[in-house]
Each structure stands twice: as structure tokens, then as C-alpha cells.
Design a protein around this ligand. Sequence first.
Ligand code: NDP
Length: 434
Amino acid sequence: KKRNPHEKEFHQAVEEVATSVMPWYLDHAAYREAAILERVTEPDRIVIFRVTWETDDGSVRANRAWRVQFNHVLGPYKGGLRFHSSVTQSVLKFLGFEQIFKNSLTGLPMGGAKGGSNFNPKGKSDREVMRFCQSMMIELHRHIGENTDVPAGDIGVGSREISYLFGQYMRLENIWSGAMTGKGQDYGGSALRTEATGWGCVYFLERMLQNVDEELVGKRVAVSGSGNVALYAAEKAIEKGAKVISLSDSNGTVEIDSGLDRQQLEFVKELKEKRRGRISEFANEYKGVKFHKGVSPWGLKCDIALPCATQNELDGQDAQTLIDNGVMAVCEGANMPTTPEAADALRNHHIIHAPGKASNAGGVAVSGLEQSQNSMRISWSREEVDERLQKIMQAIHKRCVDYGTKDGKVNYTDGANIAGFKKVADAMISYGVV
Ligand code: NDP
């Protein structure tokens, strides 16, 4: 904390991993002697730069951008870019740190990184977003490449932004390579990348439930967020026979007591992905859908909670409400959506709880598959990618069970942290003191 003052989110992420791995770390002299924990918590490098751009009416704006290249012992740096006014170095360091272990868990050759800017794309025109992306790439292109660092999307960075960024990358480098993932499917993107994080999260949830002889059919599922992860988690949960009873955005929550149907989901996709509207408009359109202004979905009675919006969106009080209402599982679609108090409450009440680094790894896994397809100049069908995604999520679940089972119960946080950490630590030891 002395070395990284004021980096609250980064401290939280390191503390969570350190708490899980410490007993195991102390048991292994080789890791201690190589000072793995000290080394792995220090990023390889952070690039910080100014992005200057022009609004449609000709005003000049300046934002700050970062690329945190955290650790590349397992492969080229890989991790998304986030555009949101709340982005700080601490947020990107927490995300980059988590990404190291998430990528390790996928079994694919990817190191950990994250980047982004405090630029807020809300209310900006397409042209303004394009000018911002082009200006950002003028600096970023020097630091990325298919064998160096491969950025992708995250909050505020979807296929529109990836396309503008990649277009500028090609212009500057005069090269077409898989230097970014999340591209449109007809021009280098992978089938199912859009769906991968949400679908993968539900595949993981299914495994967790199977492990305690439960199933998803008929369960009431509360989903937060209405972005990329939330919408496709909802889609797969509906397909598996669950009842999705909520979605949300930063203005509030919509409650669908009878369960979201496919036609409503298509409406929300169009509303959010094309019109960039607010979730309250969904409630205006359909009878039986209620909008609760300024609140999260965690007050609704549900069997399963899927937090899919942002970090620390589910606190100790929310966890207690969920527990009082009989929740059986919390499966994270977002990165670090539960506060430490919430995680403690869930653990103390033996609620099954999957950390994002395991349950939302489907997105980066399909990004890894996009890199492979780009290198081989081929593209796999939706069915082929889906089959690989399901196998990867099953393998991650197995790693969590193998490393996190104690007295017959699985602690998914410990399992994910230890399994992810071990591979990185072993690679760091074999590469010597570098
Ligand atoms: P999007 O930008 O598509 O959607 C984010 C959603 O969360 C929106 O509904 C947004 O509402 C809401 N949200 C964001 N910030 C807040 C906030 N401070 N308070 C309340 N609601 C908020 O992002 P993604 O769906 O891509 O990402 C969601 C989470 O999943 C993030 O934690 C991300 O890191 C993680 N993740 C994403 C992956 C991916 O493949 N996209 C992969 C792995 C993890 P509003 O529109 O009002 O801001």
C-alpha cells in the first residue's frame, strides 16, 4: 500500500488473490525464494499518454489514457480497453492484475494487460468517438502487435470502437494482423465473440449447479447491467430454461416478474446496442415490466444472482438481502463486482460464489481463439467456437474444483486464484530472475 498509495481497487484485487494463495505460497519455498508475489504485483510497464481530439463543434478536448502491461510470461499481453469517466490507473491495474490469472486459467497462451481512458463515450456522436479512437491509436500503436500486446473491448468499448481503433492501427502500421480482437465477424473477428462472456458465464454456472446436484431450469435469475455481458448471459440463461427477472443500468433496474422473453430481449438488444438508450425505456414499452429508479437488482427475490455491470456493485448489505431471500449461487459476469464484505457474507453462509476471473473468462478465451484464427487465416463456424468455449469453461471449472476443494466443499475463489497463480509462478521461476 505504501508503494501504490490511493490505489484502492488495485489493493482490493491483490488482497483477494494473496489471501487465497498465501497458505499454499508459504508451503512452497521455491516461490518465496524467487519473490514471486512481490514480482507479480508489479506491472512490467505502464504507458500513460494524452489523447487530444476535437468535438463536432470544433472544441478541443484532452483525456488521459493508459496501457498497463502487467505480465507476459504465458504469452503476448492480452486484455481489454475501457472507456468510462471512472477509469483511473488503480482501476486499470486491478483489471490488469486479475487478467493475468484469468488468462492463465483459460489454458491459452496469453499474458495479462488492461488499458483505457477516462473518456466518456455517452452522448458523443459516432464521429467524435471515431476521432477519439484515431487519436488514441496514434500513441497506442507503438506498444501493441499480434506478438506483443493484443487489446480488446470492455466497458464502453464495443465493436464500433474496436473497428475505429483497428482501422487506424492498419493505417499507421501498414499491416493487417491480429493486433486487436473483437473485430466484426466478416473482417477478421471470431464467431461468438460478442456472446462469449455472457454465454461462458452461464456454462460455468451450469457446472457449479451440477456439482451440488442442482440445475438451472426454473430458477429465478437476477442479472445486473444491460451491456455486452449482461445481455448474452440473460440470453443463455433463458435458453437453458431459467427465468431472468431483471436487467439494469446506471440509472436503475427493470423488474420482469414473469421472466424476460426472447422478443423482449431482442428489444433490449436493439435499444442498447443500436440506439444506445436507457433501460427505463424498456419498462415504458412493455406492461408488466417495472422500472425501479436508482436501485440495483439485489433487493429482488431470486435463486441466482449474476452481477454483470461493474466492480463493487454488490456490497455487504446487498449480499445479506440476497441471502435472506434464499439465493443459492452468485456467479460473476463482471470483474470484481462483489465487495470484500459481500464475499465474506456469501462464504459464511455457504453460498456458491464464482469469481469473475473464472466465470467470465469465456470472453478472453474466444479472443484467444480469434488470435489463432487470424494467425492461421481461417475462420471457425459458430458451432466449432461454441464447442471450444464450452470445453474451456468446463476445464476452468475443473481447475477450480481441483485447487479449491476443502472438506468436500468447493471454494471457487481459492481454486481460481491458486490454479491461475501456480502456472504463472512456475513460468516465472523457469525464466529466471528477470
Ligand atoms: P458494457 O459497456 O457493454 O456494459 C456495462 C453495463 O454496466 C451497462 O449496462 C452500464 O450501464 C452498467 N454500468 C457500468 N458502470 C456502472 C456503474 N458504475 N453503475 C451501474 N451500472 C454500471 O460493458 P461489458 O458488458 O463489456 O462489461 C461489464 C463487466 O464485465 C465489466 O466489469 C467488464 O470488465 C466485465 N467483462 C467484460 C468482458 C467482455 O467481453 N465484454 C469480458 C470479461 C469481463 P450504463 O450504460 O448506464 O453505464
